[in-house]
Design a protein. Structure first.
Length: 119
């Protein structure tokens, strides 16, 4: 869990459980604290509120990065070859067009390497 090293393990677990949509009642039961304690941790000025928001932001950023890498991997894989033969009928082509120019260049470089090896 990034940037939460100073927290006790039960607080880290509470943040992870909240992120995974566990209700406060389950978090309280798992950690051996009261429902009101857990609720107070996450309210606007609660003890864990800012740490939770930081954790949530990091998780969302990480997921976006993974999704973007998956798109690049798809374009670098066999589906990209379908785009080369018929780009107008491929959903992959629309994904390619949404990538930043630098990443498009990387994909094209990889594609050219793959097609060069197939000749």
């Amino acid at each position: 869990m990034p940037k939460l090293k100073y927290l006790r393990p039960k607080h880290k677990q509470a943040i992870e459980m909240k992120w995974n949509n566990f209700p406060y009642q389950e978090i309280a039961k798992e950690l051996g604290v009261s429902y009101d304690t857990v609720k107070s941790w996450f309210r606007v000025k609660g003890f864990l509120r800012q740490d939770y928001l930081t954790y949530a932001n990091n998780q969302e950023s990480e997921k976006k990065a993974q999704d973007k890498q998956a798109q690049i991997n798809t374009l670098n894989g066999s589906k990209w070859q379908q785009v080369a033969t018929n780009p107008t009928n491929s959903a992959v082509f629309s994904v390619f067009n949404k990538l930043p120019k630098k990443e498009q260049d990387e994909v094209m470089k990889r594609f050219n390497e793959l097609t060069k090896n197939q000749k």
